[in-house]
Design a protein around this ligand. Sequence first.
Ligand code: ADP
Ligand code: MG
Length: 345
Amino acid sequence: MTTTTEQATDPDILCHGLVRIFSTEGVEVQALQGLDLRVERGDVVAIVGASGSGKSTLLNILSGLDRPTGGSTVVAGTDIGTMSRAERVRYQRHTVGFVWQQTSRNLLPYLTAAENIAVPLVLAGAKARAERVDELVALLGIEHCRDRRPDQMSGGEQQRTAIAVALANSPRVLLADEPTGELDDATSADVLEALRSASESLGVTVLIVTHDPTVSEHVRRTVQIRDGRTSTEVLRPTERDDSGAEVHVAEEFAVLDRTGRLQLPEDFVTALDLRDRVRLALETDHVGVWPDGVRPGNNGATTTADTGTQTDPPGTAEPDRPVEQAASSRPSRRELRDRKEGEDG
Ligand SMILES: Nc1ncnc2c1ncn2[C@@H]1O[C@H](COP(=O)(O)OP(=O)(O)O)[C@@H](O)[C@H]1O
Ligand SMILES: [Mg+2]
């Protein structure tokens, strides 16, 4: 078995420099261009990104349906780049569960919900199947659909049944590709909550892929994928205010890869008209980025990193503000434009 030695703290999904190139009729499409991703055990993470950004390609690789062109991917201790055919079958049956966007692709139309949930149990030769089906219909709140075929259920009920099917053999990781793509807003919220509570009660790691930006309201961590790479992340840690009520404070981070690359948010790039190359300067507590034509150190600023007394060029972040805070309260595009106009004039 292609299993790496596992520690309790190992993440459930770990991708390094993942590359997938499709070649069709001599044309190459780089769907994934060195993607890095780490998802901790039991976490619920959403991957968001525009259509064509590589989301499904990533999920197909993680589910063992497709093979990467390069890079490494370890899921629940299994190196999926080097699996044999038999290991792949076992991996798909026991390690990962999958929910597709098309409700019709998840369920067999001529079977009831209970029978659909029993299919993967039968294939895996599981015992105590009736008990497992009972547990799952209760967990997903679909007892009333037990004996209904998919065409007798709503879209949301079908997707909750699909989640039950995917969870039947107790996978470590649940992968869902646009699971709410065909649902209205209220039903989407329902299905996302079902995924979250399944993770909470079973400890399963959940990765949801979507182009719906509102998904971040339902998960603690949202990773943005742009042009086949993870670019930014939004974390929503739950904090308590003075009265003890739960408040969610969203913080945005840029993803830094192992070689030090990061992607600047698009509005930063446009606001300062950054292109081709930029100047960087290491400061005591942050890194400054300037357009090519602007020289850091003008206006009395020094850029020597060892004095600890340098000042910023006008318009940059206050020196003593932590990097993550600076990112979370990042200035609006308009503020940046105003600053730029101030400097130009
Ligand atoms: N089997 C394939 N053959 C050729 N190109 C593909 C194939 N699958 C995906 N692509 C291309 O890879 C890119 C990423 O696609 P995909 O992962 O489906 O994006 P998303 O799910 O984010 O919409 C797109 O440009 C798409 O056209
Ligand atoms: Mg897709």
